[in-house]
Write a protein that binds this ligand. Sequence first.
Ligand code: AMP
Length: 187
Amino acid sequence: MKLVFIGPPGAGKGTQAKIVSMKYNIQHISTGDKLRENIKNGTLIGKKAESYTSKGELVPDEIILDMIKDILNDNSCKTNGFLLDGFPRNLNQKEELDKLLKKMNMPIDKVIVIDVPEKELVERLLLRAEKEGRKDDTKEVIENRLRIYNESTKPIIDSYKKDNLVHFINGLGSVEEISKKIFDEIS
Ligand code: AMP
């Protein structure tokens, strides 16, 4: 199974992506996690990315696309499938992904969009900032990330709608309730 998860920051997308990828035994590909790992380890990618992630801005497409190409070429993605979490994040990334998957003959099966009202998102993100101490969870950066989601990421949903792949999930409720809704959509 090949899935794309889309949702604003704070929608619980990462949590659900982990649960779903475990259940279906597919590779969980989170560009955000990969970037944080690179930043922590002080790699070249990490050094290039940090000035963007710390402000809540999108890291340049070339860096992200190189990362994604390497991961998708991994055998487990080809045999078991994958779940993309946090990628694609703008129309150019989506178009590049379409081209890549076409070449690899691995079309996306479903796009899951997790929807949560914006006011609830800001509260959740501020709470997460206290708990996890993520540098990109200050109020100013949160607002920037939400603005970028609305401007750059939302248009991808319309593009996937044309391909008839989109399933909307209401992201309000407990983690278990939301997982159940996603399982129902997928199976
Ligand atoms: P996330 O954990 O998915 O919210 O990602 C955290 C941060 O990493 C984002 O605010 C961006 O700065 C960066 N990032 C993650 N995925 C992408 C992507 N596909 N394109 C550009 N930047 C990304």
